[in-house]
Write a protein that binds this ligand. Structure first.
Ligand code: NDP
Length: 284
């Protein structure tokens, strides 16, 4: 007979609020399918307790953790070092225990890159990013680092948009313009990729529409949305009818989870298991 181990390896997500974060429902089925006796815990950590929580994870030798709102920037001071991309983005959503050294990385933008990479090579692309918040920051920096030729940032709040525009051009050297978001945004001719990186359309406000001139979405353009729930946003549906290549936010969410599992465990999860787990939550 074999000797059983009753000790699981631990990872999870720290956030506040966190109860509605669905990552566990995607990651634990992946672990099961990989034959890994690991747990992904959804942990409510108040901002004032973040340092203690990270020390706790270190003390218990967790393999790592994700962090979400409001910890993505605040966690940095509790870590030993950052990946080059996380350093440029200035935010961490994935922490890895590398033999006792706690390293901050950012998988949001990398998950997005993977989705694009599956349909077209990134080097040379001309990209328009709608939004300038956390998701836009990760996506914008990673696209530029991956070889996008030109970037345009479009944002309602001009100050925030200009800060991101400057950050991308200074930290990556890729020419980046800012565009004011007036009425319906007109996508410039020659654009290869349009990303909605705003929260417009997120459940429960599913009827909200990204203010964009649909006639400027041309066949062959890649149109992507970060909104994971619902996966088929208004923008995705409209872009599809116009012959665009669409990428939904569920793909990005799955891909960042795949990268997290790879970084923590060194093993490759089955992304189909993860996507199906989320579809069973988000699709009626
Ligand atoms: P932030 O709050 O940091 O940024 C929100 C952005 O949306 C800002 O640019 C804001 O503009 C813009 N925005 C919100 N409402 C409107 C509106 N009515 N009109 C115009 N612009 C608007 O959020 P995050 O960047 O962290 O998250 C954005 C979305 O990305 C969320 O819905 C989240 O679910 C999703 N996400 C998806 C991931 C995935 O894996 N699929 C990963 C991470 C995030 P302004 O600056 O003018 O306020």
């Amino acid at each position: 007979s074999t000797i059983r181990s009753f000790k699981q390896e631990l990872v999870g997500v720290f956030g506040f609020p966190v109860a509605e974060n669905p990552t566990q429902a995607m990651i634990e089925p992946a672990f099961a399918a990989m034959g890994l006796d690991w747990r992904y815990l959804t942990v409510e950590v108040r901002p004032e307790d973040l340092g203690a929580a990270v020390r706790g994870a270190r003390a218990m030798n967790w393999r790592g953790f994700n962090c979400t709102i409001p910890h993505k920037v605040a966690v940095i001071e509790h870590l030993d070092r950052l990946s080059p991309a996380a350093e440029k983005i200035g935010a961490v959503n994935c922490v890895i225990n590398q033999g006792g050294e706690w390293v901050g990385d950012n998988t949001d933008g990398k998950g997005f890159l993977q989705s694009v990479h599956e349909v077209r090579p990134i080097p040379g692309l001309r990209a328009v990013v709608l939004g300038a918040g956390g998701a836009a920051r990760a996506i914008g920096v990673e696209l530029a680092l991956a070889g996008a030729k030109h970037m345009t940032i479009v944002n309602r709040d001009r100050g925030r948009g200009q800060v991101l525009t400057k950050l991308i051009s200074e930290k990556t050297g890729v020419p980046t313009d800012f565009s004011d978001w007036e009425e319906r945004y007109q996508v410039p001719l020659g654009t290869d990729l349009v990303v909605n990186a705003t929260s417009i359309g997120l459940y429960p406000d599913v009827e909200a529409r990204v203010p964009i001139d649909l006639t400027t979405l041309r066949p062959g353009m890649i149109v992507s949305d970060v909104i994971p729930n619902p996966p088929r946003t208004w923008l995705i549906r409209e872009a599809e009818t116009r012959g665009c290549q669409v990428l939904d936010g569920l793909g990005m969410l799955v891909n960042q989870g795949v990268i997290g599992i790879r970084l923590w465990s060194g093993h490759e999860p089955d992304s189909n298991v993860m996507r199906k787990a989320l579809e069973s939550l988000f699709l009626p």
